[in-house]
Design a protein around this ligand. Structure first.
Ligand code: KG4
Ligand code: ZN
Length: 360
């Protein structure tokens, strides 16, 4: 590129409708001019999870408003854009389709080039947007929908070093919170309760730590928590607040231990000198601290983007799209929504898609 350019990003793969404008500089450093996110929590709350049909409809209703807002905040018009980047998967089919069709409409109306972005690439490249890090680096993506280690060597070169074989950690936090009568999202609720609990009161498993490799499992941990809870209820006829806090602390510590040890292994396998995290679970202060310590143990630098860029947003899609645009990637009207789209074609994810999309 011979001059800086603006790119519009669109995201609608799960339960956040988002649009953003990012300006890519000649030095490869990007600047976020605007980032609008419309969450859908209230539409799904009564169902205890994301309802795909409701999500798709809400995206369709909000994406134009969200885009107009992002352009307005960036003080730009569509004619100031050089390209449009849109999440083309993985995620809920109806949601991804809403974004892709909307982006195609803009591309057809303006003649702007269209670039389909893998949502996971958006997350994985975020440390380049926020901290300008060079390739290669190791990314740990931990959210309600995803859990994997990715060695990132270029904007189109990802190697999956390991990941969950069942639930994502955020999903496990959410299910654990439900089992303990806490509200959703479960992660922040458990973190809060755990502060006054003793993590050693209940002995919960550290799944797959006894096995080589960087794969993880969190669904057994949730079942172990259920058994521990039922054991207390059978003995005492109910849970005291202290029992609940102890269960939360024990659960959180089990997740921390698994993530820390698998991170050390993944840094070693990938021979990486930078560990970056993304995803809602990275908001957990205790988890952040153990990941930072694990990186330190391996002589690696730890990077955690600001929370609003750890969770779903369109700035990461615009930025990934800008990197792909520079490399010459272009899509056209045949761009398809891909509910499943493993980033690493050499070692694709082991798990399927759950309530919040592809987990690994
Ligand atoms: O990345 P995110 O906002 O959305 C997707 O999963 O796409 O992540 C949300 C997940 C939820 O499962 C939530 O319980 C978890 O991140 N989470 C946390 C914390 N804050 C959010 N988990 C543990 N501790 C937290 N403080
Ligand atoms: Zn995401």
């Amino acid at each position: 590129m011979d001059r800086p350019f603006n790119i519009l990003g669109l995201e609608s793969s799960c339960d956040d409708t988002a649009a953003a404008v990012v300006r890519m500089g000649l030095d490869g450093n990007a600047q976020i001019l605007s980032s609008s996110v419309y969450g859908q929590e209230e539409f799904h709350a009564e169902f205890g999870g994301v309802v795909p049909e409701i999500a798709a409809r809400a995206h369709t209703e909000k994406i134009d408003i969200c885009t107009a807002e992002a352009l307005d905040i960036a003080n730009c018009r569509l004619t100031d854009m050089t390209a449009i980047a849109v999440t083309a998967g993985p995620g809920l089919a109806g949601g991804v389709l809403s974004g892709v069709m909307f982006a195609k409409g803009i591309a057809a109306g303006t003649g702007l080039p269209l670039i389909g972005v893998n949502h996971l690439a958006g997350h994985a490249l975020t440390p380049r947007l926020t901290d300008g890090v060079d390739y290669p680096f190791l990314m740990l993506l931990v959210s309600g929908g995803h859990c994997q280690f990715l060695l990132v060597e270029d904007c189109d070169d990802f190697t999956r070093v390991g990941g969950t074989i069942d639930d994502a950690p955020g999903e496990a936090f959410d299910k654990a919170a439900r089992l303990l009568g806490l509200g959703q999202p479960g992660g922040p609720a458990i973190e809060r309760e755990a502060k006054s609990g003793d993590p050693k009161k209940f002995s919960l498993p550290r799944p797959l730590l006894d096995r080589d490799g960087c794969d993880m499992s969190f669904s057994g941990l949730k079942t172990a928590l259920l058994r521990a809870r039922d054991g207390v209820v059978a003995k005492k006829g109910g849970l005291t607040l202290r029992d609940r806090a102890n269960l939360c602390a024990g659960f959180q510590e089990a997740v921390m231990d698994v993530l820390a040890e698998k991170t050390r292994r993944a840094l070693d396998v990938a021979n990486a000198k930078i560990l970056a995290v993304a995803g809602g679970v990275a908001a957990n202060m205790k988890i952040r601290l153990v990941l930072e310590a694990a990186a330190g143990d391996c002589g690696a630098t730890f990077l955690a983007p600001p929370l609003e860029l750890c969770t779903d947003n369109a700035a990461m899609i615009a930025h990934a799209g800008a990197e792909l645009y520079i490399k010459g990637y272009r899509d056209d009207m045949t761009l398809a929504a891909r509910p499943r789209w493993p980033l690493d074609r050499k070692s694709p994810a082991l798990t399927g898609s759950g309530k919040k999309g592809a987990k690994s």
